[in-house]
Design a protein around this ligand. Structure first.
Ligand code: NDP
Length: 458
């Protein structure tokens, strides 16, 4: 894969980058290794000061950073600014909370384990490799980097090949803020080279956000080397609408979820299960919202959503739609590949989706919704759980008992009721089944890459 900025709005090559040579990669690894000794001598207070400074630098660069995200992956300028600001605030969150999250614990009274003192302390693992995707090119990286650095680790970023300028910007940010040289660096290498790098003893752990294939490759390399891995691999998230739901509001939120980031979000709703009692009314409202959410110039105010990030993701999404059309799906709106430059794709709603269609099981990373009619809560739960993925689900109902049952029985990493799924600094984020394992964010995220060390004294 070419490491390059290609503007998704025009399809034109903006700038190509040479991959780092083996000698450059070696130099970066050696710097990271040396930085571990420096990081080990720092305190939470010192790291928090640097982290806050990095957040301030990012805020000061808001226009530049947001414009880079638009140029490299096509999101709208408003959502790019939101993402950059969220990233800066996520850094401040960990600056404030890391020490508390990693405070030593005494899980049992010392005497009960025959000791005068017994506790658990949390120590950094060392260099963690982060293989990151292009869809939220700032936030995906920061939600790894902020906890990893605050825990005292060092980070190596292998970003998606389509966002090299964002990768290079982030590779400099933490050093500009005062972190030791080598504490956080960017590697310009291709995906397969990242998996091979896991064999290097200086890499202690790896985290990947992306496709199942890339996740499996990284997990295999980590397993072979007995190294910790965390995987966040997307989903075919369910959105359940029960008869008591606020139909107008849930239909509006559903369209917002499915079109956000041009449909290229791991936790946006993709499969919609609507109770027969409200199906017709809900579908009509949803299709109207989807039809009204149009694509356009991502730099213009008021654009619903921008182009898709790469020619390949658009082709992949359209291939799933075309396969469903060939097998008799009903297209309520969208579904046509537009003419003209750029990788735009319309908001699309499909009904009468059947198990023979690939889109029934596969993740469609584009603004394409599949709507299904269900006749009971049991059917809704069974249908929503009939997926290889399990990242996040949304449920809409006015009945607390119904919500409690759906939240208990849906097999996902999170279940949001009467609101769209999202990532929050203080709440764990991650999935089950093919959506991966491990958690990001909150106390769970920062504890993924630490040694929970038992210290016992007679
Ligand atoms: P990939 O999984 O290929 O890319 C994500 C990251 O993994 C990139 O940095 C990529 O590098 C890297 N990578 C790719 N192959 C390997 C490998 N063998 N070993 C180590 N790292 C690897 O996703 P795509 O960009 O190709 O998108 C394809 C699909 O993945 C989407 O349609 C969507 O379904 C899913 N996806 C999910 C995301 C999520 O948020 N969970 C985010 C992005 C994609 P490089 O760019 O150099 O190939």
């Amino acid at each position: 894969m070419t490491i390059a900025t290609i503007d998704p709005t025009t399809g034109e090559m903006v700038r190509e980058f040479a991959a780092h040579t083996p000698a450059q990669v070696e130099e970066i690894l050696a710097k990271a290794d040396a930085a571990n000794a420096l990081m080990a001598k720092t305190t939470f207070v010192q790291r928090a000061e640097w982290m806050r400074r990095a957040a301030d630098l990012l805020d000061a660069d808001l226009e530049h950073a947001a414009t880079l995200a638009v140029l490299e992956m096509g999101k709208t300028i408003g959502t790019a600014k939101y993402e950059v600001t969220k990233s800066a605030n996520g850094m401040r969150w960990y600056a404030e909370h890391a020490e508390g999250y990693l405070a030593p614990e005494e899980p049992v009274p010392a005497a009960s384990v025959g000791a005068s003192a017994a506790s658990v302390v949390f120590q950094p693992l060392g260099t963690v490799l982060a293989v990151m995707p292009w869809n939220y090119p700032f936030w995906q990286v920061i939600r790894f980097a902020a906890p990893a650095l605050m825990a005292g680790n060092t980070g190596l970023l292998k970003h998606a090949s389509s966002v090299p300028q964002t990768a290079l910007y982030l590779g400099e940010l933490f050093q500009r803020a005062g972190f030791p040289e080598g504490a956080f660096q960017t590697l310009l290498i291709e995906g397969a080279a990242a998996s091979a790098l896991i064999d290097d003893r200086r890499i202690r752990a790896v985290t990947l956000t992306g496709s199942v294939g890339a996740g499996a490759a990284v997990a295999a390399a980590a397993g072979r080397n007995i190294k910790k891995s965390v995987l966040e691999l997307g989903g075919t998230d369910a959105f359940v609408v029960m008869p008591s739901a606020n139909v107008a509001r849930s239909a509006q939120f559903a369209a917002a979820s499915r079109t956000q980031n041009s449909g290229q979000s791991c936790i946006c709703a993709k499969r919609f299960f609507v109770h027969a009692d409200v199906y017709d009314e809900w579908l009509e409202a949803f299709v109207a919202h989807m039809a009204a959410t149009t694509y356009g110039d991502p730099l213009a105010e008021g654009t619903g959503f921008g182009p898709m990030a790469t020619a390949q993701v658009r082709a992949d999404a359209h291939e799933l739609v075309a396969d469903a059309v060939a097998k008799g799906v009903t297209v309520r709106v969208g579904g046509e590949l537009p003419d003209g430059p750029g990788w735009f794709y319309p908001a699309t709603v499909l009904t009468e989706v059947t198990p023979e269609m690939r889109i029934f099981r596969e993740e469609c990373f584009g603004p394409v919704a599949c709507v299904y009619k269900v006749t009971s809560i049991d059917e809704a739960i069974a249908a929503a759980n009939d997926s290889d993925f399990g990242l996040a689900a949304g449920v809409w109902s006015a009945d607390p008992d119904e919500i409690a049952r759906l939240q208990a029985e849906l097999e996902f990493g999170s279940v949001f009721a009467n609101g769209n799924s999202a990532s929050f600094f203080g709440l764990p984020f991650g999935g089950v089944k093919d959506s991966g394992y491990g958690r990001e964010l909150g106390s769970f995220g920062i504890r993924e890459f630490v040694n929970a060390k038992t210290v016992w004294t007679a």
